[in-house]
Design a binder for this molecule. Structure first.
Ligand SMILES: Cc1cc2nc3c(=O)[nH]c(=O)nc-3n(C[C@H](O)[C@H](O)[C@H](O)COP(=O)(O)OP(=O)(O)OC[C@H]3O[C@@H](n4cnc5c(N)ncnc54)[C@H](O)[C@@H]3O)c2cc1C
Ligand SMILES: *[C@@H]1O[C@H](CO)[C@@H](O)[C@H](O)[C@H]1NC(C)=O
Ligand SMILES: *[C@@H]1O[C@H](CO)[C@@H](O)[C@H](O)[C@H]1NC(C)=O
Ligand SMILES: *[C@@H]1O[C@H](CO)[C@@H](O)[C@H](O)[C@H]1NC(C)=O
Ligand SMILES: *[C@@H]1O[C@H](CO)[C@@H](O)[C@H](O)[C@H]1NC(C)=O
Ligand SMILES: *[C@@H]1O[C@H](CO)[C@@H](O)[C@H](O)[C@H]1NC(C)=O
Ligand SMILES: *[C@@H]1O[C@H](CO)[C@@H](O)[C@H](O)[C@H]1NC(C)=O
Length: 508
């Protein structure tokens, strides 16, 4: 029998062997191998001196920007397959990018390695017989919605139409239809995916069901998704989106109305959708801002009953502002894209809670206090902080379950909560990141003290400091399924050891 000591010795030897096996090839060599593989035809490999390089390395927020040695721009699944095979064989490190909306540097980018940018793979088609849309992995939602509206249908996608489909769907995806239809990922009927050994497979509920389920929240850990086949919903009628603003003095009533909507409202009328937020811009006082949408007609003088308290003075001094009157899902999400313009430095961080009015109030107060007490915070050029939450109700959870389940492990209603920060200058990055980390850990301890804390952290709002804490927040049964799927579909851990960016599965 092996002694404990010899096991230790053996495992440290194994680690050394592993380390030398996994010696990475110099990225310049990888880029030139790629270049020879794809010589002839249109250019698909761009180094930093190429005029296209600048646009290909543009991110929604410059906080996410890192510079790759070269960018590879595949046109089809076969291109992706050839590249992944090459990278796996030669130990080339790479990153995968769809819309580039991640807030975290190196998630959809890589310093010095190779960036696979899927932007050319942006086609959407619709099959009237199956009612499924086929969407390529590098599309943006504005193009997807635009291609489907002529058929009077749409899919569950970004509330901001500029987001890419690849990151959004593999991270879960919160859409305006969530209260009725679950996460956007729940509405994936099947995917075409390029695995770490270059094999291309379709995963559906009938073929490779464990893989399909695992990618619903499993991010970039299993392969590169080249096509999503998505269930559609009717988009024949009007779609409306608007903001409601309330002054500081309305805060208690606003939170009370928010509590009621979280506990029962979202389930009472699943055509409705509300993000409850509050923001502080510069040194101005905090204001309450609810982003609302309705799948159907909206007359602000006689709103659907679940929304009445937000209009009729129960929450006092409302100000109403359209972003999409009598529009479509496309005009609403294009409206938000334009309102949430790119170019500023941003970060995002998240947790979830079980909603209770007293807890909402405590969190709100802790946020205001921390903001006021942090020196030179509100005078930071470009300063904006947004504190937001929205419910995941019973019907949302039931819809997820009915469509086959996902990886995220939400079994009881909760509210996903997030803090988004904006500022102008790179020199303030540290200060802002520290502030957001302090806030989230305060929130965690307040929510733990209130009893019955929620464990879930939403991947698409996760920050870099939670790199290894997002997937564990799905719970141990889900982590075990993800690990089993990983072992079966990426046995060489290509998407762990060669892809440094993203939220990782424990052990990989
Ligand atoms: C202004 C703004 C608004 C937002 N609004 C919403 C919202 O309404 N609802 C919501 O849920 N989220 C929202 N988000 C968060 C958003 O979902 C994430 O940022 C998401 O990652 C964006 O998808 P992307 O394709 O643009 O991501 P990218 O930044 O391109 O990629 C993110 C991650 O996904 C991986 N990935 C991308 N494509 C693929 C693929 N084809 N196969 C495998 N892995 C892939 C990348 O490797 C990377 O790790 C918003 C973000 C911003 C900045
Ligand atoms: C979609 O891809 C095509 C082909 O590469 C490209 O010409 C086009 O600009 C892309 N469309 C968008 C909106 O990015
Ligand atoms: C879509 O709806 C409009 C208006 O309701 C109708 O005129 C049109 O024929 C529909 N198109 C399709 C493809 O069903
Ligand atoms: C995946 O499914 C599509 C559509 O059903 C089919 O055309 C394609 O050949 C399948 N691919 C593989 C690798 O099975
Ligand atoms: C506002 O609407 C709510 C919910 O419908 C109702 O309970 C309340 O009495 C109304 N208040 C006023 C001032 O009309
Ligand atoms: C929206 O349409 C309704 C009729 O469906 C109409 O009464 C209303 O004036 C329209 N609102 C706007 C802002 O265009
Ligand atoms: C910071 O931002 C302000 C205003 O946007 C700008 O004028 C200033 O030059 C910036 N400072 C640094 C150090 O970048």
């Amino acid at each position: 029998m092996l002694s404990y000591k010899s096991i230790l010795l053996y495992s440290s030897l194994a680690l050394q062997v592993q380390a030398s096996l996994y010696h990475f090839t110099n990225p310049t060599t990888c880029c030139s191998l790629l270049h020879s593989e794809f010589h002839g035809g249109p250019s698909k490999v761009f180094s930093s001196i190429a005029p296209q390089y600048e646009a290909l390395t543009f991110y929604w927020t410059p906080t996410a920007k890192v510079l790759p040695r070269c960018v590879f721009t595949p046109y089809n699944t076969n291109d992706v397959k050839k590249a992944v095979k090459l990278f796996a064989r030669r130990n080339c490190q790479f990153a995968v990018r769809s819309g580039g909306h991640s807030y975290n540097p190196g998630w959809a980018g890589i310093k010095d390695g190779i960036l696979i940018s899927l932007g050319n793979m942006n086609q959407t088609t619709y099959d009237m017989n199956t009612k499924l849309a086929t969407v390529e992995g590098g599309s943006r939602w504005t193009d997807v919605y635009g291609a489907l509206l002529p058929y009077n249908v749409t899919v569950l996608g970004g509330r901001n139409s500029d987001l890419g489909v690849g990151g959004y769907l593999t991270g879960g995806g919160i859409s305006f239809y969530a209260n009725k239809e679950g996460f956007a990922a729940d509405n994936i009927a099947s995917v075409e995916i390029v695995l770490g050994d270059g094999t291309v497979i379709n995963a559906s509920r009938h073929h490779h069901p464990d893989l399909l389920r695992s990618i619903k929240g499993g991010s970039n850990n299993f392969g590169i998704i080249t096509k999503f086949r998505l269930m559609t919903v009717n988009a024949n009628g009007l779609f409306n989106g608007w903001y409601m603003r309330y002054p500081f003095a309305s805060t208690d009533a606003y939170l009370a109305a928010a509590e009621r909507y979280c506990k029962v409202g979202a389930d009472e009328d699943t055509n409705s959708h509300i993000i409850f937020s509050a923001s502080i811009v510069g040194t101005n006082p905090m204001t309450n801002v609810a982003l609302m949408a309705y799948d159907g007609a909206l007359d602000p003088l006689s709103p659907p009953s679940v929304l009445e308290p937000f209009f009729n003075g129960t929450v006092s001094s409302p100000t109403f502002q359209w972003f999409a009157p009598n529009g479509t899902i496309k005009s609403a999400t294009d409206g938000l894209r334009d309102a949430q313009g790119s170019g500023n430095r941003y970060t995002m961080t998240t947790l979830s809670i079980h909603v209770k009015l007293s807890l909402l109030k405590q969190l709100r107060e802790a946020w205001l206090l921390e903001t006021a007490l942090t020196e030179n915070l509100q005078t930071t050029p470009g300063f904006l902080v947004q504190f937001a939450f929205q419910p995941v109700g019973k019907k949302w959870i039931a819809a997820s379950e009915a469509k086959g389940g996902n990886s995220m492990g939400i079994t009881k209603p909760l509210a996903i909560m997030w803090i988004q920060l904006r500022w102008d200058n790179e020199s303030d990055d540290n200060k802002m990141l520290q502030y957001s980390r302090r806030l989230i850990s305060k929130f965690e301890s307040i929510s733990a003290r209130a009893g019955n804390p929620a464990r879930f952290r939403y991947l698409n709002y996760g920050d870099r400091f939670h790199k290894n804490d997002i997937i564990p927040s799905y719970g141990s049964d889900n982590v075990k399924r993800l690990q089993r799927t990983k072992k079966r579909y990426d046995p060489d851990n290509v998407f762990g050891r060669l892809v440094p960016g993203g939220f990782k599965i424990p052990g990989y």
